[in-house]
Design a protein around this ligand. Structure first.
Ligand SMILES: Nc1ncnc2c1ncn2[C@@H]1O[C@H](COP(=O)(O)OP(=O)(O)OP(=O)(O)O)[C@@H](O)[C@H]1O
Ligand SMILES: [Mg+2]
Length: 302
């Protein structure tokens, strides 16, 4: 059986519940990522998304299960995995260029000074910040800081990029601009990305697949939704594609009506759904009145 780039198997996280018992936040989470995929994960607050991301980053330990990347078990952080948090985490005493230079030097210690600078500048340019190379984080807006941290993460070309709600703190307009930058930079680099978001439209714009988590405790990754929309995508035109509406409706219905009860396949892997397949897919088996959407969705995938 061929192995995927990243394989997550039987992951669970248990905390003491403060009353002498245990609280299982999520359990038996299993999924695989292929090289070059952009995958978003969506689920209600507290279901364990950041914990999963931190386990992939090697910053947190799972209570059980394992993560294997390129055939090697992930234990602890490593330069082959880059993380972008919601709060930018730039070095405040360094300029935007030097924040990137610092990371690039750590990644490729043998590179010449000129090569490091040229490479770092190229990534700042990709996020439209070539005019702000010499400004320190305190002299940048929140959106600009977030662009620097995204440029830094991509510049070090990690094999896996982990983004935890990277635009969560931004206003809608700035967020849109940076989403466009991220689309552009990803089209150019095609790095493997695993990203948490609460924004359904953002997930559709960026992802090849969207993982849907059921609510905790005992949360699971219940479904993997295909985003069958052509690349390159544009925020301005993507909604004109009829498939966009089908995917959006599907995601919203999951979050509003089904996240409390959704379950993965019996073997624990997420149920694969392609909302865009629509009428081309086999017709749903007659639905029970209270599970109409779920049955239809499963049938789309059949
Ligand atoms: N040290 C801890 N002790 C006990 N429970 C914890 C601890 N750290 C996190 N949790 C619990 O684990 C659960 C998952 O937290 P996590 O931050 O992964 O959620 P999340 O899905 O990222 O939520 P959000 O969307 O709000 O960011 C939460 O219910 C939280 O209360
Ligand atoms: Mg979180």
């Amino acid at each position: 059986m061929s192995k995927s780039f990243l394989e997550v198997d039987g992951l669970s996280k248990v905390y003491p519940d403060g009353q002498g018992g245990d609280l299982t936040v999520f359990e038996d989470v299993r999924f695989a990522l292929e090289k070059g995929e952009f995958v978003c994960i969506i689920g209600h607050s507290g279901c364990g998304k950041s914990t999963i991301l931190n386990v992939l980053a090697g910053l947190d330990e799972a209570s059980s299960g394992n993560v294997v990347m390129n055939g090697k078990e992930v234990k602890g952080p490593g330069l082959e995995r880059g993380v972008v948090f919601q709060n930018y985490s730039l070095l405040p005493w360094k300029t935007s260029l030097n924040n990137i230079v610092f990371a690039v030097k750590a990644r490729w210690p043998k590179w010449s000074k000129d090569k490091v600078r040229e490479h770092s500048e190229r990534y700042l340019k990709m996020v439209g910040l070539d005019h702000a190379l010499n400004r320190k984080p305190s002299q940048l807006s929140g959106g600009m800081r977030q662009r620097v941290s995204i440029a830094r993460a991509f510049a070090t070309q990690p094999e896996l990029l982990l983004l935890d709600e990277p635009f969560g703190a931004l206003d809608a307009l700035t967020r849109g601009v940076i989403q466009d930058e991220l689309v552009k930079i990803w089209e150019e680099t095609r790095q493997t990305v695993f990203m948490i978001t609460h924004d359904v439209d953002e997930a559709i714009l960026l992802s090849d697949r969207i993982f849907l988590m059921s609510n905790g405790p005992n949360a699971r990754i219940a479904e993997s939704v295909k985003v069958n929309l052509p690349h390159p995508r544009s925020r301005a035109t993507i909604f004109q594609n009829p498939a966009h509406h089908k995917i959006r409706d599907y995601l919203v219905d999951f979050l509003v009506n089904r996240s409390g009860s959704a379950q993965p396949e019996e073997d624990g892997s997420p149920i694969v759904i392609d909302p865009s397949a629509g009428d081309a897919a086999p017709k749903p088996v007659p639905a029970k009145p209270d599970t109409k959407t779920e049955t239809a969705a499963r049938a789309v995938n059949a």
